[in-house]
Design a protein around this ligand. Structure first.
Ligand SMILES: Nc1ncnc2c1ncn2[C@@H]1O[C@H](COP(=O)(O)OP(=O)(O)OP(=O)(O)O)[C@@H](O)[C@H]1O
Length: 262
């Protein structure tokens, strides 16, 4: 079992940020986590990475129950790509060093690397289409290029779980489609990690994400086959606004069916 969350709540003061969350992710599954701003997605990810602890309930990640193991070891098995990670990295470092640092899950490269690590980093950058950026300083890269470098970094430690937290934020439509194609190819590889893809946008849900967790106001609204979730009826209920879902090329596109102002 990759993630097993049972009846988990997380309270701050008298507010329940997460309430009665149940979610099971099995090896080989690829999930999309969809929710509006403030629905609790980041809180849930922080919990999966062991940065916060459930107020109630129990959970295990990669087969380990919280409280019973070394969190640093766990984090080496989880690749996490997020905007907050981008902000922490040293911008003057080369893209290559940033990818290499993924082996140790550190910000900056302090440990000695072996020639085979360098070969692996180069190979990953090649397969993800960013090898030409190896010697470039990270802060000179475009947003789309940065995301590729961060995904290569996350894969450096051969994680069992890869979390992509809104990777398409700030990308133009072509950069977004390129990145999504790259993610689909990672998901399709033999020995691919289990992927959790976090987004606000249904059109980013690739066919490889066969399961979807909908989260709303800190509660699980649905957790099942994507095909059963991405319907006009379920999404209208989820967003609380009439929407229509159109299917095209194995993906879903959402349009809002009434004015949202006045
Ligand atoms: N440490 C905290 N103390 C109090 N409230 C918090 C704390 N962390 C998060 N919250 C609140 O919990 C709710 C869920 O926040 P969270 O960041 O998990 O949402 P999100 O789904 O990731 O949103 P977004 O899509 O905007 O990133 C928000 O209302 C937020 O203000």
């Amino acid at each position: 079992m990759i993630i097993d969350i049972r009846n988990v709540s997380w309270d701050r003061g008298d507010k329940s940020i997460l309430r009665g969350v149940n979610w099971t992710v099995r090896e080989g599954e690829h999930w999309c986590l969809l929710g509006l701003n403030g629905s609790g997605k980041t809180t849930l990810l922080n919990m999966i990475n062991g940065y916060i602890w459930p107020t109630e309930g129990s959970m295990s990640v990669l087969g380990r129950t919280f409280g019973e193991f070394d969190l640093r070891e766990l984090r080496k098995n989880i690749g996490w790509v997020s905007t907050s990670l981008q902000q922490k990295l040293y911008g003057s470092e080369t893209a290559f060093k940033i990818v290499l640092s993924g082996k140790f899950a550190t910000i900056g490269l302090y440990d000695r690397t072996e020639p085979e690590d360098e070969d692996k980093a180069e190979e990953l950058m090649r397969s993800i289409g960013c090898a030409r950026l190896m010697d470039r300083a990270y802060d000179t890269l475009s947003q789309g290029e940065r995301q590729r470098v961060l995904i290569a970094r996350a894969l450096m430690a051969s994680p069992k779980l890869l979390i992509l937290d809104e990777p398409c934020t700030g990308l133009d439509v072509f950069a977004r489609e390129q990145l999504l194609q790259m993610i689909a190819s990672v998901a399709g590889q033999e020995n691919a990690p289990t992927i959790v893809y976090v987004t606000h946008h249904v059109e980013e849900i690739l066919p490889c994400f066969t399961k979807t967790l909908l989260i709303k106001d800190g509660r699980v609204f649905a957790a099942k086959e994507t095909s059963g979730v991405l319907t006009s009826g379920t999404m209208s209920e989820f967003f609380g606004v009439p929407v229509e879902i159109d299917r095209h090329a194995g993906r879903s596109w959402l349009s809002v069916k009434r004015a949202l102002w006045n």
